[in-house]
Design a protein around this ligand. Structure first.
Ligand code: AR6
Length: 179
């Protein structure tokens, strides 16, 4: 299951799959504030990258909600991991703002480090409880806005873990592309 479209000079791709095996230069981790392995996608990335990733994360000084930190990819195919901490869903006005900051700051960090291809998981929609439909709109709107202004990024790949999530993201993207 996959879909590709052009946004400005860049490609935006949606796939159903596992982020730990992606061949983009960077993969984004839906981390916690301590940057410790945890569960969900973060646990999977740390298991695949090896203990050296946690050793490096311990030197990064943690990460605030909406912020992004860079590490190497260690045993992953991806050369880098961008760690960002999504909001714990509360239904307040700050949720979409914080989630937008995650995507934006991750892409800015990629751009500043000359990273041209990035894979994202669906940040905050697992353990942090953000409804996937709402989160997909924030994620895709932020990514498409960014790519329109930043042709230096060649590829953004949204990696959805289930076919259900893929369908929700695809419907949101169709809507955004029509507007
Ligand atoms: N590849 C792609 N997506 C995945 C994978 C994978 N291998 N594994 C899970 N997902 P979550 P959050 C999806 O809970 O909500 C951690 O303990 C999953 O189906 O990983 O931001 C951290 O340490 C869901 O759609 O992240 C934090 O404490 C999405 O990834 C906390 O969980 C995000 O789910 C972060 O919670």
């Amino acid at each position: 299951m996959s879909f590709k479209c052009k946004i400005g000079n860049s490609i935006l791709e949606l796939i159903a799959g596992d982020i730990t095996v992606q061949d983009t230069e960077a993969v984004v981790n839906a981390a916690n504030k301590a940057l410790s392995p945890g569960g969900g996608v973060s646990g999977a990335i740390h298991r695949a990258a090896g203990l050296e990733l946690w050793d490096e994360c311990r030197t990064l000084g943690g990460c605030r909600t909406g912020e992004a930190k860079l590490s190497r990819g260690h045993n992953l195919k991806a050369k880098y991991v961008i760690h960002t901490v999504g909001p714990v869903y509360s239904g307040s006005k700050s949720d979409p703002e914080d989630l937008r900051d995650c995507y934006k700051n991750s892409l800015l960090l990629a751009s500043r480090n000359k990273i041209k291809s990035v894979s994202f998981p669906s940040i905050s929609t697992g353990i942090f409880g953000y409804p996937v439909n709402e989160a997909s709109r924030v994620a895709l709107k932020t990514i498409t806005n960014f790519l329109e202004e930043h042709p230096e990024i060649d590829l953004v790949r949204m990696v959805l873990f289930t076919e259900g999530d893929y369908g929700i993201y695809k419907a949101s993207l169709d809507k955004i592309l029509k507007d």
